[in-house]
Design a binder for this molecule. Structure first.
Ligand code: MOS
Length: 725
């Protein structure tokens, strides 16, 4: 990018902030189209077996009900791509079975309560720990389930060994915005859907596949997303249900999932079992790491949560044996949830490193520095950049780590036990080239178009900054359009990719358009620079000026107006090499206070230091990192979905009983962004910040609780009963 950047890095306020607080930013459920009906999904109440009959007579008789659509409806029987939407074999409780369509939401919901179903059901298997012996390494998981180097068995008598089992529970995403789809069919058979999604392209392709129509006949639009965290990352059946309902009743249909349905219809973070064995020499050098990991998945899908990646990658170690296995249960399919793999997997390795530090009577930071990995030993590649030592140093300094008395239970604040804990944070710096278009009109206004998404993270704002800098215009002249399949294609917003991927494409399009403007300036007869070579010209604030005499300038608007009133450029972001490993790192420092009488844990201070490449916007960046830490505190202390083993049903499917942190639970969270230049990671040098903040966080809490109390909790979340046990 241009080294004359002025805006990139600045803490620019969100360009969509005013729309957000004034209600002008429309989420999927807020779109309405003429003649729209409302759909409510009807779900199974048993976890296994078969559906013998569905009687919707009473539901259909209710005034205002338009139709009740089941697997027998002709819109399904006549569309072979839809036959799996309402399956007759029950695979989990909460599986979609029918959709009620009515004149309004309330009637549809009441009618759904009148649908009568008869099942033949068997007792479910929903307890992963009861069938751990059935865990198996999956084929075709799309992940690498086994990672080995050296020979773990050769380390027979290490000076120190930590051999422990760590567990994380099922968790559900709870973005403020639940899923919603508003589907309409045009007279010529095209489908238009407003959908709450992290990827408009993938959503459209999934719909096209189900209805057996070309991708180009489906348009998906989603200008604002109220959080995703992974549950909007994959297309889920309810969007197809909305579209088939619209087709069946011949009217547009709005279908919004309830908060309760958010616990059954869009995946969850799977429960994990993590058996970790670390061996070190007397000095603390790691000699072997063995990780036997298991996660639950459904009968239908092979979802591997890569919990072993961190054990294999975070530290330098010659002998490593990591395997990740699956147990199939009568549950809904798990999916990606903020830092899938790293959030759960960092809990075991970062807790185990803390345990090893106590065994060695060594400082936990020092132990990590001693085992620093200069290269990615899983890929045998150098890092494109790695600034983890700087993160340890900056975080420890700011936190006051040196004030820590290493003796557990030794620090007090009044009657509270005080603990300091730390952990390494890490997440891959993913990147997938995207496309973007930049346009300028004869008044100097700029339009940026890119089919990426803004999950609430600040994409609109950083794309505005990148466009303004790379084009050489003021940001208030830039308008950004995203999240519409009619725009240049961009990948889904998952895996912390959007800033890097969409950002590189927008920067490229803006640079390309700037080149065209420069060419106009040096060739237009009326231009003051006519005949001047482009190398002697520069740009800024919407002007082309002579490097030798900046007062000699011409406005972009004037050049473009004379050239026909519109100029544009469409570009793809450049690829990157395969000679580097691309990874973000950070260090989490947590202070807790534990009540010795009640076992309650309160996080009282937090410092997180992260190296994530170039900072595009310090304000939205810090918010992303802080949000990840808050999520991690929730993971450490609160989040857990409880399964009723008899009925195979999650029981705390609401925000009263599924606990996430509220303001009162969160202290001042200090975020340090460690400067890092990375010329390899992608054209704009950005590593992404959506997920790394949660990684290591739960372990930092657990390590702080141990330091405060001498009680090691290896089973998340760290609730008071476990502290007192
Ligand atoms: Mo994220 S779990 O890749 O939305």
């Amino acid at each position: 990018m241009s080294d004359k950047s002025k805006l990139v890095g600045m803490p620019l306020d969100r360009v969509d902030g005013r729309l957000k607080v004034s209600g002008g930013a429309k989420y999927a459920a807020e779109f309405s189209v003429p003649n729209m009906a409302y759909g409510v999904i009807f779900q199974t109440t048993v976890p296994t077996g078969s559906v013998d009959s569905i009687d919707s007579t009473k539901a259909k008789a209710l005034h205002g009900v338009i139709d009740v659509i089941t697997a027998d409806h002709q819109v399904i029987t006549q569309n072979p791509g839809l036959t799996d939407v309402f399956a007759k074999n029950v695979r989990f409780s909460g599986q979609h079975l029918a959709v009620v369509v009515a004149e309004n939401f309330e009637v549809a919901e009441e009618a759904a309560g009148l649908v009568e179903v008869k099942y033949t059901s068997q007792p479910p298997q929903v307890d992963m720990n009861a069938v751990l012996d059935k865990a198996a390494v999956p084929a075709n998981s799309g992940r690498q389930p086994v990672m080995k180097r050296g020979d773990v068995a050769a380390v027979a008598n290490p000076a120190q060994r930590v051999d422990q089992i760590y567990r994380t529970p099922p968790e559900h995403h709870n973005p403020m915005e639940p899923h919603a789809s508003v589907a309409s069919w045009t007279a010529d058979g095209k489908l238009v859907v407003y959908d709450a999604t992290q990827g408009v392209t993938g959503c459209a392709q999934n719909l096209a596949r189900h209805f057996k129509i070309p991708n180009t006949d489906v348009r998906v639009i989603d200008p604002f997303v109220g959080g995703g965290f992974g549950c909007k990352g994959m297309p889920w059946p309810h969007t197809v249900v909305a579209a088939l309902a619209a087709k069946a009743v011949g009217r547009p249909v709005k279908l919004a999932l309830t908060r309760r349905q958010m616990f059954t219809s869009n995946g969850h973070r799977p429960e994990t079992y993590q058996h970790l064995t670390l061996a070190s020499d007397a000095s603390g050098r790691l000699q072997s790491i063995q990780a036997d990991m298991v996660n639950e998945t459904s009968r239908a899908e092979t979802f591997l949560e890569p919990t072993g990646n961190d054990a294999a990658m975070t530290y330098s170690c010659a002998n490593v044996d990591v395997s990740m296995k699956l147990v199939r249960l009568d549950i809904g399919s798990p999916t990606f949830m903020r830092a899938p793999g790293e959030a759960s997997g960092s809990f075991s390795i970062e807790s185990a490193m803390d345990e090893l530090a106590y065994e060695l009577k060594m400082d936990p930071v020092q132990l990590r520095v001693l085992n620093y990995a200069d290269t990615d030993e899983t890929k045998n590649l150098p890092y494109s950049s790695k600034s983890l030592k700087e993160c340890y140093r900056a975080g420890a300094d700011r936190f006051g780590w040196s004030r820590r008395n290493p003796q557990p239970g030794s620090m007090r604040d009044g009657r509270f036990h005080v603990g300091y804990g730390m952990a390494t944070a890490t997440y891959p710096a993913n990147y997938r080239p995207a496309h973007a278009r930049a346009e300028i009109d004869g008044t100097g206004r700029v339009l940026i178009q890119c089919g990426t998404q803004d999950l609430g993270t600040g994409s609109y704002t950083i794309l505005t900054q990148l466009a303004a800098d790379n084009l050489g215009v003021d940001p208030w002249l830039v308008r950004v359009e995203i999240a519409d399949t009619s725009l240049p294609e961009a990948p889904g917003s998952g895996g912390s990719t959007s800033a890097a991927s969409a950002g590189s494409a927008v920067a490229a399009a803006a640079q390309s358009l700037r080149g065209k403007i420069l060419a106009l300036a040096s060739t237009q007869p009326q231009s003051p620079h006519n005949g001047v070579p482009q190398e002697q010209l520069d740009t800024g604030r919407g002007q082309v000026f002579a490097k030798s005499d900046p007062s000699k300038s011409v406005a972009y608007a004037e050049l473009v107006a004379r050239a026909g009133g519109m100029l544009d450029a469409t570009e793809a972001g450049a690829g990157r090499d395969n000679k580097h490993a691309f990874q973000s790192f950070g260090a989490q420092f947590c202070e807790v206070q534990v009540d010795p009488d009640f076992g309650t844990v309160r996080v009282t201070r937090w410092v997180g230091a992260f190296a994530i490449g170039r900072a595009l916007n310090m304000k939205t960046l810090e918010s992303q990192l802080r949000g990840g830490i808050v999520f991690g505190i929730g993971m450490g202390l609160m989040e857990e979905t409880f399964m009723d083993d008899t009925f195979g049903r999650y029981v705390n499917t609401n925000l009263a009983e599924y606990h996430v942190p509220v303001n009162r639970d969160i202290p001042a969270v200090e975020v340090i962004v460690v400067p890092e230049e990375d010329p390899y990671v992608n054209p704009i040098g950005v590593k992404g910040a959506g997920e790394i903040g949660i990684t290591g966080a739960a372990a930092a809490v657990a390590n702080a609780v141990y330091h405060a109390t001498g009680k090691r909790v290896r089973d998340l979340p760290i609730t008071l009963d476990k502290v007192m046990a």
